[in-house]
Design a protein around this ligand. Sequence first.
Ligand SMILES: *Cc1c(COP(=O)(O)O)cnc(C)c1O
Length: 463
Amino acid sequence: MDRDTATADVQTADAQAARKPAADVRRRLPRTDAVLADPRLAEAARRLGRALVKSEAVRALERARAGEIPPESVADAAAGALPPTAGGLRPVVNATGVLLHTNLGRAPLSRAAREAVDAACGPTDVELDLTTGARSRRGASALDALCGAVPHAEAAHVVGNGAAALVLAATALAAGKEIVVSRGEMVEIGDGFRLPDLLVSTGARLREVGTTNRTSAEDYAAAIGPGTGFVLKVHPSNFRITGFTRSASVAELARICPPGVPVVADIGSGLLRPEPVLPDEPDASGWLRAGASLVTASGDKLLGGPQCGLLLGRAGLVRRLARHPLARALRVDKLTLAALEATVRGPAAPVRTMLHADPGGLRARAERLAAELRGADVDARAADSEAAVGGGGAPGVTLPSAAVSLPEEYAGPLRLGEPAVLGRVEGGRCLIDLRTVPPERDADVAEAVRRAAKAAANGRGEE
Ligand SMILES: *Cc1c(COP(=O)(O)O)cnc(C)c1O
């Protein structure tokens, strides 16, 4: 009997088994309780919950009944199908070359931040002074860390995200009043959300000045009056206008604003201090020094921390925001505060390490991985690549990088693997860009590629 006929026979047998399990299979099928008594499944039930484990056991029993797996491997199949955690979110290796990938949750947390989160999971002194036993300012040490890291910030407040920081500022400082903003800075931040809509939703009115490409300090000055809540400067973080352009700097705006009219500046990215690799990205310290009264930013962009919104600036203003009733609705949990503080105080966040990775070192890793994979008969080669900051930051900036170039058909199996590996499909190849892969994950990536190669070969009907 040749190979094809054998395969056909097996398929016919499978089809029959699916219709009605053979008496022999029925006899050998274990009971659900017996499957759940398997030590691996019993342990998993304690970790993940009984319902989840039972549903996998039932599914494996159905597969055995259909003849897809032998009745003896029901427990194996159930154990193999269990997720690593009870949470639905799966860990992904970001091999896209986009440092801050919004769909992948933006900044990966540092080890220091993860440990701080772990430590804060139980009861913790987030709002209690252990020396006196009295209630304390919520997240005081995280706020102190921020002020320490940002020269010129007299005070800090943290909310859920960058958009929430703007909403709080607009509500507390400009409800029923006007926010003066340039037409060149009315940006959409992604997924259809537009800053002008967000600001108007607070009850503030927008006073648009200038044009898309040119706005001068005089344009702002002419619009400022008794009804002005504040002047808003927005860093156009996700696009660039070039050519015949003009905009007013924060320093100019601070100069023309009368006392009582603050300059609120949205830097977006979350850089606390200047970043030499990204000279066009504003930082909180620089804009406060230039005269902004309040700076807003995202914690999970270039700061490299958890999702949150930072408000930094003059003590009086920050206090007003922190005491506003809306602040209670926008406040962050202890885990965010823990991760944020560790990001600010601890060693460089992974995003920083990725930003500064040496292209030569990345190339060497790509060569090594590609050679190892070729040794396992995988069509892999090292290739030059271009990484980007992403997350709506530093548009037009490309970071020289290196990738392992694989057949395009590996992209699907890599995405579905454990761990999931997300590459970038470009020019008919699947690129594993190493600038966004921590070096300690190289071995995991190689193993994932070998499995994907096997899955792709199976998909083509090869053995
Ligand atoms: C990203 C961004 C925001 C929104 O911040 P989130 O943390 O995503 O809510 C607002 N303004 C600018 C300029 C941004 O780049």
